[in-house]
Ligand binder design. Structure first.
Ligand SMILES: Cc1cc2nc3c(=O)[nH]c(=O)nc-3n(C[C@H](O)[C@H](O)[C@H](O)COP(=O)(O)OP(=O)(O)OC[C@H]3O[C@@H](n4cnc5c(N)ncnc54)[C@H](O)[C@@H]3O)c2cc1C
Length: 266
């Protein structure tokens, strides 16, 4: 059994505050507890291993791994999850890991006593902006609209935090710097005016892309690349089910509920 890092996106967050039965736990800690529990129930976990090839069609499904093992079964639950969406603007690729980050828990402490920007207007952006105030002396949220699509709790927490500031109706159009990121060019989407803001770092939380590229042409996906399922989590291929963020971005609890519902159908 390979016991490398497991936990998916959950390990990227410093705090899971909405999982039943646990108050205030990091995603990394919670995923480790889940892993131990799964192993105790006889689950064999293979991690840090690539899927070389797979077949979902027919009665017997199969998957071949890069460690040489091949598994067959009558049913499969797909749960490849998703990943952070990027802005796709000039300089973003160049300054990834040199001032631009997509993970507060991974990179937050690099910005201790620095002034940083968070891009986004959903729960993740607002919650992570507040969490980053543990390190940064000033956090400016840049959002392309004049309102947030987030829970009342997350909005209230961000708006009432003395270190959190806001630039609304605006988006980043370019990243500048030498070795590391030094400034960003902002565009106000109402006035079309551009301005340059000095910053030590930018965290981007603007949604996600499902990790389903490897399933293109093999299973029904919608126009966003999400796996299409029925209410019993079945896909268009008999014996193949899906669960979690590959269907739609969700919370851990919902992903787990769907996985267990799919297992029950099987
Ligand atoms: C910053 C952040 C904060 C969050 N905070 C919370 C929170 O407070 N509370 C909450 O409930 N939820 C939170 N979430 C959401 C939660 O993490 C997700 O809903 C949950 O992780 C979804 O689980 P999943 O298993 O569907 O997908 P994922 O967590 O994305 O896991 C998918 C796994 O599949 C692997 N994989 C992908 N493609 C392949 C492939 N081809 N072959 C093999 N493996 C593959 C990936 O490497 C990954 O390990 C947060 C998410 C983020 C990013």
């Amino acid at each position: 059994m390979n016991e490398g890092t497991v936990g998916g996106q959950m390990i990227l967050t410093h705090e899971i505050a909405n999982y039943p039965g646990v108050e205030n736990i990091s995603g990394y800690q919670l995923s480790n507890i889940m892993k131990k529990q799964a192993i105790a129930f006889g689950c064999d976990i293979k991690s840090n291993i690539n899927i070389e090839s797979f077949n979902l069609v027919g009665k017997l499904k199969s998957v071949s791994l890069s460690d040489g093992n091949k598994y067959t079964s009558n049913s499969v639950i797909l749960s490849p999850g998703g990943r952070s969406r990027t802005l796709g603007v000039a300089g973003e690729d160049r300054f990834k890991g040199r001032g631009i980050s997509y993970c507060a828990t991974c990179d937050g402490d690099f910005f201790t006593d620095k002034e940083i920007v968070v891009v986004g207007g959903g729960n993740t952006a607002l919650e992570e902006a507040v969490s980053l105030t543990k390190y940064a002396k000033k956090v400016t949220i840049v959002h392309h609209s004049d309102y947030f699509k987030a829970s009342d709790y997350a909005i209230k927490e961000a708006k009432s935090h003395p270190k959190v500031h806001f630039i609304m109706d605006s988006t980043i159009v370019a990243f500048y710097g030498n070795e590391n990121l030094e400034s960003i060019e902002l565009k106000n989407l109402k006035t079309n005016k551009t301005s340059v803001l000095k910053t030590d770092g930018v965290f981007v939380f603007i949604g996600y892309t499902p990790n389903t590229e490897f399933l293109e042409g093999k299973i029904e996906l919608n126009k966003w690349g999400e796996i299409v399922v029925e209410s019993d989590m079945s896909t268009n291929i008999e014996g193949v089910y899906a669960a979690g963020d590959c269907i739609e971005p969700r919370r851990s609890l919902e992903a787990i509920h769907e996985g267990s519902w799919a297992a029950r159908q099987i």
